[in-house]
Every structure is written in C-alpha cells, then in structure tokens.
Write a new protein. Structure first.
Length: 401
C-alpha cells in the first residue's frame, strides 16, 4: 500500500535543447515566489543559457501578468566556452555559479544580481581536464569538491569572495568507479555528508566530513542495485531529521524513495508515483518548487524531459484509497446504532462514545481491508462487503446506518 502519492502542480512546455538544468536561488523575490527554487538552463550545443524564476500566477510589482511555473528572468547569455559542468554554490555572497569546460580545463566563477544578469568574478585556466564530478557544499572549511576517476583523486577547495580557489585537502586512493557522489544530511554532522555510489559494483559508502574536509566512513552497503542512474537527496518525510533519497533508473523509469536514519541505514518510503511520473526524465531536482501544497515541509520536485520538451512540478500528498463502501458516518454494531467513523486519506478514527468506550484509531489497507486498534480491547482487521457491511476478524459485523 502506498502511504504517499505524487501529485502534479503544473506541467509546462519547455525547450528540448537544454543540456543542463541547474537549481539555485537566482532571482529577486518580487519576480518569484518567496523562497522558491529557481533554474539556470544551458544549451551546450549553442552556448546559450538563461535564468528562470518559479512564479505564481498574478501580477508582478511592475504590473506584468504572469502564470504559474517557470518564467525567464533577464536576457539569454551566450558563452564562448562549451561548458561541461555548471555548479551552484553559493560559494560566497558574491559568487554563486561555477562554469567548467573539461575539454579545455577552463573554469569561470560568476555572480548573479537577481534579475538574470551575470558578472564574471574570475577566470581560471590550466585546470585538470579529467574532473568528472564537481560538488558544492559545506565541507568544513572547504566548499567545493572535484573528483578525478582516472587518478582516483578527490580535491577539496575553498572559494573566496573574488572567485579564487584555495586547496584545503587532496585525497588519493579513491575508487576509480564512483558513478555518483551525492551530498546531503545523513548524520548529525554540522557539515554536509557524502554518499558515494559505485554503479558497476552496487556499492555505497557514506562519509562524514570534519572541519578540514577530512572524511570518516560511517556506513557501507554492498547490495545496492546496479542500475541507478540518478540519486537525488531531499526532504521526503515531514519533519524528518535526515535527508531521504530518490533513486531513478534511466530507460525504465523505475523509481524508489528511501528514508535515512542518521546512520545511513535506508528504509523504503511507499510512494504511488502515478501516470504523470512516466516520462523519461533527464533531470530530477528536489527543492522548494511549488506553493504550499500537499505535505508541508517536504521537498517538491521539478522534472525535465528533454525528449518531449516538458517541465513538470510534483508535490507529496498522503495517499488516498477509494474503499468499496464509504466508511464515513454512523454504523450499527449488533443491530444497535453507535460507532461513528471518520476517515481522512488512509487514516480512520472511530467514535465509540455511544458505548462508553474510548475512540479507536486505524488505517485503510486497501479498497476492502481496514485495521483498527480499540484501546480497551485489541487490534482487529476487517473486510468490507457490499453493500454496507464491515466484517471483523472476531466474526462480529457492523452495518452502515
């Protein structure tokens, strides 16, 4: 049984040409939802990039009428280099974006002004051309991680307010086969933790980082699937202390959600994805992409399908199950009217005060099965039978009044 389901806020046509879709905070709140996550999109084939705010329908301060969804802010930007990696920090208040071209070893740091404009802070040349993964995060006194699989090397750097970089720690002897390196809150560390996933081996390792970017492994799992193409961290359970993980298999679209417990043990979150999820997602991003819909405090998802030119926003809702009989209302027990059932999503409350008994609570398991705990008795499972009967496991029955 799915305990949660993904609902769609909006779906919008979007260019098929973007090779990179990067989330961040790029726009002035007056042209976006306050606190909403924005996008920077880039087409490596043409060298063109643009910022998009996530907006609600209505009027901007200047009177412009806008509709829900992505709205371009500022001009198109044309770059001479063909960037292979675009990383959002922010690294400092004045430095938000890193552009890196693996073919030339060029890196450029930029600031943004909230209105879709970019200012070059510093251009670097002579960088390795073998960096395949670059992450920004809170890595102690470092805020940037580079990974070179050919050399089995990880390098942590600090980016200053001028866009200069300073080596904090270089780590050798890393696996040459890490497919994904994911930052998130997986322990009680004050810094970001790191998850390393080796797709070919089905292996995962979790690490804490100290104040100088030193790494300590706190969990290893050698039994993961060998087919995950994307691993996305996010707040997928309300009020969860630690980040959850979304796993996505390219080609099949097979998707799973898991919670983590602070020790990197994972447990499945039952989510009904629904038909709107069944697109070949090029990018899956977790952030504050929708208004306050669904379960407050959980991540919202922005998904980009380059094949069909679609941008779709999802949010989490408690799962609902349509039962054979409408459970809400008064029921008769032994022919005597009394119990009153109230259902919401998959939860049940039964008012037993007519029999001078405490209220009972339970859940809807599927369309014809419920489970209820009576605090003065026991927990019972029951089957729903048309047209109007609940048949309990202790052989008693209730009928709808």
């Amino acid at each position: 049984m799915a305990k949660f389901e993904l609902d769609v806020w909006i779906t919008r046509d979007f260019s098929r040409d973007w090779t990179h879709v990067v989330k961040g905070s790029f726009t002035d709140p007056q042209v976006a939802m306050n606190g909403a996550t924005d996008l920077f999109c880039y087409n490596r084939n043409s060298g063109i990039g643009a910022f998009f705010a996530t907006v609600r329908s209505g009027h901007l301060n200047d009177g412009t009428v806008v509709s829900d969804g992505p709205r371009q802010v500022g001009p198109n930007h044309t770059f001479h280099n063909r960037w292979t990696h675009i990383v959002y920090g922010p690294f400092q208040a004045a430095v938000q974006l890193l552009f890196y071209d693996a073919s030339s070893g060029v890196g450029e740091f930029y600031s943004t002004d909230g209105h879709g404009n970019l200012t070059l802070k510093k251009r670097h040349t002579g960088w390795r051309t073998s960096w395949t993964q670059i992450l920004a995060g809170r890595f102690g006194n470092a805020n940037l991680l580079f990974y070179d699989p050919a050399a089995g090397l990880g390098a942590f750097y600090r980016v200053d307010a001028l866009g200069a970089i300073h080596l904090v720690r270089e780590a050798t002897g890393w696996r040459e086969s890490w497919h994904s390196i994911v930052k998130g809150n997986f322990s009680n560390s004050p810094n970001d933790d790191l998850l390393f996933y080796d797709k070919s081996a089905g292996a995962a390792e979790f690490y804490r980082l100290d104040a100088t970017a030193g790494m300590t492994q706190f969990h290893q799992d050698l039994g993961w699937r060998k087919t995950w193409q994307k691993i996305v961290p996010g707040q997928f359970l309300q009020k969860s202390t630690f980040d959850g993980l979304l796993f996505y298999e390219e080609g099949t679209g097979f998707t799973k959600f898991y919670a983590t417990d602070g020790h990197a043990n994972i447990s499945k979150i039952d989510v009904n994805l629904g038909n709107p999820w069944a697109l070949p997602w090029k990018e899956i991003l977790a952030g504050e992409f929708t208004p306050n819909l669904g379960i407050i405090g959980t991540s919202r998802l922005c998904c980009y399908d380059a094949k069909d030119g679609t941008l779709r926003y999802f949010y989490f809702e408690p799962a609902t199950i349509k039962t054979l009989i409408d459970l809400n209302g008064k029921w008769a027990s032994g022919g005597v009217p009394g119990p009153t059932i109230s259902s919401a999503f998959t939860s049940l409350t039964i008012d037993m005060s007519a029999f001078h008994r405490p209220s009972a609570h339970g859940s809807i398991e599927d369309a014809s099965t419920i489970t209820v705990t009576f605090p003065d008795d026991a927990t019972f499972t029951a089957k729903l039978q048309l047209p109007n009967m609940i048949k309990w496991a202790n052989h008693s029955t209730w009928t709808k009044v």
